[in-house]
Design a protein around this ligand. Structure first.
Ligand code: FMN
Ligand code: COI
Length: 391
C-alpha cells in the first residue's frame, strides 16, 4: 500500500492544498462530471457496454434514485472528530466498508488492454478490496500479484463443466484470493439494447477470456491451443460459460472451497434463507446494476429484507452507489460492505490506476466527512434509525 488509506478526509485536504498552489484538480469532483468525462474518453462501443443496462434501463436508473428516498438525520453534540470506518469481514479487518464490485472486460477500458491490472494497483494503493471477475483480460494470478497487501476476492461465473469450475477455484485459492463470490444472476445475459445496437458483445469476448485460455482444464477442451486459434476458444467459452444452477447444486458449490463463499445476486428473502441454510458465508444483495433484468425493484429497496433474512450473516451490497452518502445509507440499512461498479470503471477509463484511485478516495472522503458532519463516528452508529424515509 503506497498511500495510507486513512484518515480518508485527507484527500479533501490534499485537493484544497493543490488548489492553493494553483493546481487544478486533474479528475472530476462530481459523479456527473465523471460520467461525462468517461463518455468522451471511452470508445462508443466500450461506453455502451459499461454504461448500459437491461431494457430501457429503468431499473438501472431506479437503483440510483432509490438512495434519494432516504435522508440521514444529523446528530449534534457527538464530537465526531475521529471516525472509524473499519469493518470486520470474514476474519479480516478492512479499512472501510467500500469494495470494488466485479467488473468483467475491464481490459477494454484502458488503451493497453490491462485494465484489470490497473484496477488491482488502485486496490493496492487505497486498501479498497477488489473482487476480480472471472472475465478478465489478464489471468487471475497476475491480477492477484498486483494487489499488494489489499485483500482480493475472486468472482466465479460457474461454468457448465464442473472440473473447470474446480480448476478456477483452486487457482484463485493458490493466488491468495480471500473469498469466492459466485454470481447467480448472469448465467445468461439479459436483454441489453445498447449492446444489441452496437453488436459489441462478440468483439468484447476476445478481451476477457484470460482465465479460461490459461486454464489447463479449459485448454484440454479445445481442438488447438488458443494462441493459434482464438475462435475455437471463444466458441468453446460460449458453450461452457453459464450454468443455470439450482438449489441441488449448492452443496457442490459449498464443497468447492474452504474459503468464505459468498453468493451474488440474491434479492429475495427466501433465497437468502436457503443460501444461509446451505452453508454460505455471505450474501451479496445486488441486481447487477440493472444490467440483467429490467422492471425489478431497486436493489436498495430489497436490502432491509435481505439483511433480516440473512440473520447475522454478512450482507454485501451493490447497485446504484454513486457517492459517499450512498455508502453511508446502505450501511445504515444493514449492509456490512458496499460495492461500487461503473464509477470506478469510468475512473479507469479516464485515468487508469490514478483515475480509479481518485474515484475510491473521493467516495471514502465524502462518506467520512458526512459521518463527521452528521455526527456518526462509527459504522455501528449507522442504524436504520439514522435515516428517515423521504415521502
Ligand atoms: C461493465 C460491467 C461488467 C460487469 N461484469 C461483472 C462480472 O464480470 N461479474 C459480476 O458478478 N458482476 C459484473 N458486473 C456487475 C457489478 O459487479 C455490479 O453488480 C454492478 O456494476 C453494480 O452496479 P453499479 O454499476 O450501479 O455500481 C458488471 C458491471 C458492469 C458495469
Ligand atoms: C460478459 C458479461 C456476462 C459480464 C457481465 O457480468 C456484465 O456485463 O454485466
Amino acid at each position: 500500500m503506497d498511500q495510507p488509506p486513512r484518515p480518508f478526509k485527507d484527500y479533501q485536504d490534499e485537493i484544497y492544498l493543490d488548489g492553493l498552489r494553483g493546481v487544478v484538480p486533474k479528475f472530476p469532483m462530481t459523479y456527473a462530471e465523471l460520467e461525462s468525462r468517461a463518455q468522451s474518453a471511452l470508445p462508443p462501443s466500450v461506453l455502451s457496454y459499461v454504461a448500459g443496462g437491461a431494457g430501457d434501463e429503468r431499473t438501472q436508473n431506479a437503483n440510483v434514485t432509490a438512495f434519494d428516498r432516504w435522508g440521514l438525520i444529523p446528530r449534534m453534540f457527538v464530537g465526531a472528530s475521529r471516525r472509524d470506518l473499519s469493518v470486520d469481514l470474514f476474519g479480516m479487518t478492512l479499512p472501510s466498508p467500500l469494495f470494488m464490485a466485479p467488473i468483467g472486460v475491464l481490459g477494454i477500458c484502458t488503451q493497453d488492454g490491462h485494465g484489470d491490472l490497473a484496477t488491482a494497483r488502485a486496490a493496492a494503493r487505497t486498501g479498497v478490496p477488489m473482487i476480480a471477475s472471472t472475465l478478465s483480460a489478464d489471468p487471475m494470478e497476475s491480477v492477484a500479484a498486483e494487489l499488494g497487501e489489499t485483500p482480493g476476492f475472486f468472482q466465479l461465473y460457474t461454468p457448465t463443466d464442473r472440473a473447470l469450475a474446480e480448476s478456477l477455484v483452486r487457482r484463485a485459492e493458490k493466488s491468495g484470493f480471500k473469498a469466492i463470490v459466485v454470481t447467480m444472476d448472469t448465467w445468461i445475459t439479459g436483454w441489453r439494447p445498447r449492446d444489441l445496437a452496437t453488436s459489441n458483445f462478440p468483439q468484447l469476448r476476445g478481451h476477457c477470456l484470460a482465465n479460461y485460455t490459461s486454464d489447463p482444464v479449459f485448454r484440454a477442451l479445445l481442438p488447438t491451443d488458443p494462441e493459434h486459434d482464438m475462435q475455437s476458444a471463444v466458441l468453446k467459452w460460449v458453450q461452457v460459460f453459464g450454468n443455470p444452477l439450482t438449489w441441488d447444486d449448492l452443496p457442490w458449490l459449498r464443497s468447492l472451497t474452504s474459503l468464505p463463499l459468498i453468493v451474488k445476486g440474491l434479492c429475495h428473502p427466501e433465497d437468502v434463507r436457503r443460501a444461509r441454510d446451505g452453508g454460505v458465508d455471505g450474501i451479496y444483495c445486488s441486481n447487477h446494476g440493472g444490467r440483467q433484468a429490467n422492471g425489478g425493484l431497486p436493489a436498495l429497496d430489497v436490502l432491509p429484507a435481505v439483511v433480516e433474512a440473512a440473520d447475522g450473516l454478512p450482507v454485501l451490497f451493490d447497485s446504484g452507489v454513486r457517492g459517499g452518502a450512498d455508502i453511508v445509507k446502505a450501511i445504515a440499512l444493514g449492509a456490512s460492505a458496499v460495492g461500487v461498479g461503473r464509477p470506478y470503471a469510468y475512473g479507469l477509463g479516464i485515468g487508469g490506476t490514478d483515475g480509479v484511485t481518485h474515484v475510491l478516495r473521493s467516495l471514502l472522503a465524502e462518506a467520512d466527512l458526512l459521518m463527521a458532519v452528521d455526527g456518526y463516528p462509527t459504522l455501528a452508529d449507522l442504524t436504520p434509525e439514522a435515516l428517515q424515509r423521504v415521502l
